[in-house]
Design a protein around this ligand. Sequence first.
Ligand SMILES: [Zn+2]
Length: 346
Amino acid sequence: MTDLQLTAFDRDFYAREIRGYLPSTVIDCHSHVWTRDHLLPTDEITASRSASWAASVAEVSPIEDLERAYRELFPDQRVTPVLMPGIETTLDGVLNNAYVSKEAAERGYPSLALTKPELSAIDFERLIESGGFLGCKPYLNFAPAYLPAAEIRIFDFLPHHHLEVLNRRGWIAMLHIPRPGRLGDEVNLAQLEEIARRYPHARIIVTHIGRAYDPAQIGRGMEVLARSTNFFVDITANTNAEVMERLFDSVGSERVMFGSDLPIFLMRAHRKNVDGSYVNVVPAGMYGDVSSDPTMEDGADFDTTTLLLYEEIAAAKQATDALSLSSAEVTDLFYTNAARLFGVGR
Ligand SMILES: [Zn+2]
């Protein structure tokens, strides 16, 4: 993981915005771990279709670094992660799944298996069951290679034969919404509605609030999420208080969960929204040359810019304050809902 060096500004930000807001026990429903042992040789790497800035934060993310990051970032909380492998095409998914399975079992953490759409139903079920996973983490990088990124649909990487297994077993999928239209995209919404109708016992976490990082990207997404109780939503890697307010307002506080997306949300940046999409403003040079990435911009002041993860939690606070949610409802968001879904503390 990146060398985590908290500044005086970070510590002050934590004391001001976070320490008194978070409950004493927290579940991070969305974290990624992998090690150097899982890096593929360069000639075996296929094209990636995920946000390119994410890879600039951490080359590896071993479990020990994750646990140390929690201790440093949240000194007054005890954090239990839900572990997932990395989702980059630079990694060996089979070895990474085995690592997650082993570390999760040893430490008593819940975990999700990285699954690729070409797995047969039997192999999919066997992988999850034998690894002690509670479900799957499919990802658009593993949709058939001939599909351009903008044309990938949910069923291209979370196919029906996997959903049938999830439905039968009551298992969980951590679903990253594809397509440039994000949560508001009508193709996505049609497929989400089909999942709700056909697979009501599968538990689907629509992660990153469906990648609606700006209110302009919501469309009628909140209505669709609100209608089906097998949809859960995590606020992972989202820093937009207005989007979160719309989420709590429509979906309520019982199906929304906190997640960090560590290691990538260790990025030191301020996220701003320009014309309906996000830009991470970072200290010049800190993440290399960002001039070719429209979602990155140099120019943040190192001494007065905190980590995106702290910004995410501050946005949640702003949203729950605006709606006057009770501290019990805030505890639902940061602990209870995930504890119930993942069986933590049982
Ligand atoms: Zn993630």
